[in-house]
Design a binder for this molecule. Sequence first.
Ligand SMILES: O=C(O)CCC(=O)C(=O)O
Length: 406
Amino acid sequence: MEKHNTKWFNIECVPHCFKFPQEERPGDAPIPICNKIPVIDLGKSQKNETIKQLLQAGQEFGFFQVINHGIPENVATQTLSTFEEFFNNMTDEEKVHVASRKGWIFTGSQEEVKNGVHLWRDNIKHPCHPLEKCMQSWPDKPATYREVVGRYVAEIRMLSLTILELICQGLGIESGYFNEQSEVQLLSANNYPACPDPSLTLGILKHFDPSLITIIYQGNVSGLQVLVDGKWMCVEAVPNAFVVNIGNQLEIISNGKLRSVEHRAVTNSKEARTSIAIFVNPTPNSIVEPAKVLLNDSNPPLYKSILYKDFINASKAFGAHTDRKRQPDTDLLFPKVWDFAEIKEKLLLVEAEWMDKLPGSNISLRKLYYRFGRARAYEKFKEEFVSEENGRKHAPSLLQYAYLGQ
Ligand SMILES: O=C(O)CCC(=O)C(=O)O
């Protein structure tokens, strides 16, 4: 019998349950490409120059792209095609069935993400390291899935170790520091079907990655957006490039020298987009803390030591990672360098001051922050909170601010 190939996205208008509230929609205004996010050539012989570029990009944007990385182009393109086949050939009925299989998770458009609003995407996630341990639980359709995705994952593992080692050298941390911190790898492939009205929908809500680093392949279709100075900017689809972003854990280990930055995925009306993200994560029992070598009297730790699993629990980073509501225990995550009672009191004053500028009362700092944009909110925040210790200025990091602002 012929399969009835229903697809949730084959519709002419965006159903109500996919429309995000006004303040969260991408809207109609064109989002510019951010040509400031560096495209770093890893094949260059001047390693010091490469390291400098990586650190600068991690500091300024939390994002960079790499080319001449040594991964054959067909490894990435074949993997992308395999995921396209995976998503295209499966009916919605099959998606629900495979979702319940042990070992890997499928969250389709069925998933309610926030206040009843759904993401405009299908997604598959599964562990991908060590390969021999986890491959057995991967999908076996298309027939080449395990072989093609396995080769891709092995290449990305090498690339992630190379990048982490360069970052180690740049920060002045001992070689191999990230070995234990990078023992878990999770693959997450997204398929965003063409959408009748992309201004109303989101592929992924804005979020930080709870990883050490994340490596994304987006083929030739852009849709990844990053907050740069409080404005959404598009990450250009550069041929045969991988997008790398700094996750929360690397921000902590680098004691705030590298930044984890919010990003989101939008849809487009012309064509479907597929992206593959590999999250490089510490093991659950690894201690994540500012690297000791980076600390001294004038560089006190800005973050507490924490077990990775406690960070995940406290930040509700998984499970709720598509839902922006993360309300970690700030005392657990951050050190006493900042007196959070005092900061919260000051935040209330900032909030009161801004409230005057907006119609309507009862507006939270979080709403102000969305209204005014991150950059202005942070500027204001810094004015209030920068303190001088041993002649060095400190401000809570954006990560800390984001948590406080929630
Ligand atoms: O589709 C993309 O480029 C976004 C990937 C991403 O942010 C994620 O999977 O968490």
